[in-house]
Design a protein around this ligand. Structure first.
Ligand SMILES: [Ca+2]
Ligand SMILES: [Ca+2]
Length: 142
């Protein structure tokens, strides 16, 4: 049943994509990173709990369990940053909260990933993102 729904969903988004001529199919993974696939020559298949995207650039396979969101976009940005990993070391820790607060107070963008720093994924990078990041550190969910 789940497989049928997903197959239908993939068919549906393919129709929407061709109608709207988006440039990219993007996936948001549960770890907060983003996978961006060009729609040039794209073919999306689903098998063994994996979504496989084949396009002119090659093949990308993503485990369904890791997919939080799947959508079309015209923006290539947001490639492979981890939400909350402000300092870009691959982990979301209190050091990222410190880095974020330092950035907000000083405006110093050295080693600051502003995409990852927008923790609430709304608007720009503000004190609300610090709150969002600290809540994540305490609760383990965004
Ligand atoms: Ca980090
Ligand atoms: Ca924000």
């Amino acid at each position: 049943m789940k497989k049928t729904i997903i197959t239908m969903l993939i068919a549906l988004v393919a129709i929407v994509a061709s109608a709207e001529t988006y440039n990219y199919l993007k996936f948001t993974k549960t770890n907060g990173s983003t996978v961006t696939c060009s729609v040039e020559g794209i073919k999306v298949t689903y098998d063994n709990n994996n979504i496989t995207v084949t396009n002119n650039e090659g093949t990308t396979t993503i485990a369904l369990a890791e997919v939080q969101d799947m959508y079309f976009s015209n923006e290539a940005g947001g490639s492979d940053f981890m939400r909350g990993d402000v300092n870009g070391d691959g982990y979301v820790t209190i050091a990222d909260a410190t880095k974020l607060i330092n950035y907000l107070m000083s405006g110093d963008t050295t080693d600051v990933n502003l995409d990852a720093a927008n923790c609430d994924q709304e608007g720009s990078v503000t004190i609300a993102d610090v709150t969002s990041l600290i809540n994540y550190l305490m609760n383990g969910t965004w």
